[in-house]
Design a protein around this ligand. Structure first.
Ligand code: HAM
Length: 415
């Protein structure tokens, strides 16, 4: 038996990298005042069908949907924004006074074609802020994503766009549709269909033969109404204040239908074709689509799997958790003593490792080396009799003799 295509086991060595990222994310969310929310992995299918949009790839062909024993159609969440907005409505968070600022970390599911950086079960770190349409909020969220990435030393680019709103977008969509109809012969089958159902989706098409047509299409940024052009200008101003570099990419429309005005992506050249590390934008109106009160919304999600892929070697090396002390024991009574000492040391916060099938001194020392223990404590029968132990600092091979109180003092002094 093995894992099903598009899923995988994340083994302990790699998990250390995930923890490093997750801890950094929680720290940064905390600094910006965001609180964690956990929503179910299973939601009513209708939530995504309505929320994400019926003509998106996600809803048309990528959802894991089934009918449960009670006859209810359910879907494994392909993203979390719709779920967070559902929770916002369900728990009347709009009554609270302050803006709900929520973050999540967890798995998402999309039945996509397998490709490097693309999984069918993948993980996102994301955040949503509800209740404001101020571009300052957008700039703060973007700043937060970059702050989260900062210690990982990855070269990224910030791409921004405005996808217009219910007032100005229909005009642009008609212009786009007219152009696309004229170029229909050069478009892929999906794009010919999208020309009629949702022409904006054509801008997102990755098919090689469609690219020359897409390059020549009119740009949405030239067709924004004042109500969208002004906030876009203000967003750019806030980014410039924060000295955040950005590129305006008018064909950036994102793969979900709920966006209005600002859309953004953070891309990394090291990811290949699936180069988006994070994406997000504004989704005022999603709450109403889901049966809630009018509500503004802005957020992002970052692909954790992809971030792990591009972590530089120096960051990877720093992630592994190493035991402070490896207790080598050379007889049954020594093992019992080692367990007692480890209990005391762990009680004071030092990570200890004992190998129960340890074998000879040599093989235990080899193992201590392999797992990167910082110290080794040797407990043989002689040491047991004297109640004094040999400690070896692995980094410089210094060795000395300690009693148990001396050992605990030493470990406290270096922690
Ligand atoms: P998204 O662009 O669909 O947006 O996904 C966000 C990120 O999740 C992508 O940039 C990518 O890093 C990662 N991702 C997506 N699909 C896969 C996959 N199959 N395998 C690996 N990683 C993947 C959203 O999901 C929106 N909910 C973001 C958002 C939040 N917008 C507003 N608030």
């Amino acid at each position: 038996m093995s894992t099903i295509p598009g899923t995988r086991d994340i083994l302990p060595e790699e998990m250390a990298l995930w923890h490093l990222i997750e801890e950094q994310a929680r720290r940064v969310f905390d600094l910006y005042g965001y609180k964690e929310i956990r929503t179910p992995l299973l939601e009513a299918t209708e939530l995504f069908a309505r929320g994400i949009g019926g003509d998106t790839d996600i809803v048309r062909k990528e959802m894991y949907t089934f009918t449960d024993q009670g006859g209810i159609s359910m879907t494994l969440r392909p993203e979390a924004t719709a779920s967070v907005v559902r929770a916002y409505i369900e728990h009347h968070m709009y009554r609270g006074g302050e803006l709900p600022q929520l973050y999540y970390i967890g798995p998402m599911f999309r039945h996509e074609k397998k490709q490097k950086g693309r999984w069918r079960q993948f993980y996102q770190i994301g955040a949503e802020v509800l209740g404001s349409d101020d571009p300052a909020v957008e700039a703060e969220v973007i700043e937060m994503v970059l702050a989260l990435l900062q210690p990982f030393k990855i070269k990224v680019r910030l791409l921004i766009n405005s996808v217009g709103c219910a007032q100005c977008r229909p005009r642009y969509v008609e212009i786009l549709r007219a152009e696309l109809r004229m170029a229909a012969d050069s478009l892929c089958e999906d794009c010919r269909r999208r020309t009629e159902t949702n022409p904006l989706r054509v801008l997102d098409c990755k098919v090689e033969s469609c690219q020359p047509v897409i390059e020549q299409l009119p740009r949405i940024t030239d067709h924004l109404g004042e109500e969208c052009a002004q906030p876009f200008l203000r967003l750019k101003g806030h980014l410039e204040d924060a000295k955040i570099g950005y590129e305006v990419v008018p064909r950036l429309v994102r793969g979900l239908d709920y966006y209005i005005r600002t859309a953004f992506e953070i891309v990394s050249g090291e990811l290949g074709a699936q180069n988006a590390l994070a994406g997000g934008g504004r989704y005022d109106g999603l709450s109403e689509i889901l049966g809630g009160p009018p509500a503004k919304g802005f957020g992002f999600a970052m692909g954790l799997d992809r971030l792990v892929m591009v972590l530089p070697e120096e960051v990877r090396a720093s992630a592994a958790k190493k035991p402070e002390i490896f207790l080598v024991h050379l007889s049954e009574p020594a093992m019992r003593k080692a367990m007692a000492i480890a209990r005391i040391l762990r009680g004071q916060g030092s990570a200890c490792h004992l190998e129960f099938d340890g074998g000879s001194l040599r093989s235990q020392m080899r193992l201590a080396n392999k797992i990167g223990a910082r110290h080794v404590l040797i407990i043989g029968d002689d040491e047991l009799a004297r109640d004094r132990y040999t400690i070896k600092r692995m980094e410089d091979s210094t060795q000395w003799d300690v009693s148990l109180p001396e050992l605990t003092e030493y470990l406290k002094s270096i922690s």
